[in-house]
Design a protein around this ligand. Sequence first.
Ligand code: ADP
Length: 162
Amino acid sequence: MRACYPGSFDPVTLGHLDIIERAAPLCSHLTVAVIHNPSKKTLFSLAEREEILRQQLAHLDNVSVAHFTGLLVDYVAQNDIRAVVRGLRDSSDAPIELQMARLNREMQPACETLFLAATGKYSHVSSSFVREIARLGGPIGQLVTPEVARRLQQKLESKEAL
Ligand code: ADP
């Protein structure tokens, strides 16, 4: 079964990587699909987010990285994808995730949403907290890989120089 894991990945965290590593063996192919929403401001550009993901996922044979604009259900239909993988951190993720899953299934009945429960030690990790802690000079070594931490520092320094 071909599946995709959509998200902003601004930047990819250890929580995302955990979901990807656990989902990959369950599918024939997993596409990590970066959401490109030109009206939403991100710290890393689309090209940077994709590049970082490719580097972080190079060890996984059946995982690729792509991006999409517009509706996820259209992307799914165009790419013969049968399942959307999402991670659930806690009960506050549930209402919006369930709403999206139900809306997507109404629009595209052939595609199911599969939820993986976040691993306990990553259930508090989010890209927005990682960006905020990094911006304030706090430690992010438990939240992202060393390479992502390096990229974040570089990005924040380049922004300060502006
Ligand atoms: P969004 O753009 O919808 O905020 P993200 O890029 O943050 O999505 O995350 C994509 C998916 O990964 C979502 O299903 C989200 O719930 C899940 N996710 C995010 N962080 C974690 C984590 N620490 N552990 C497990 N799943 C997570």
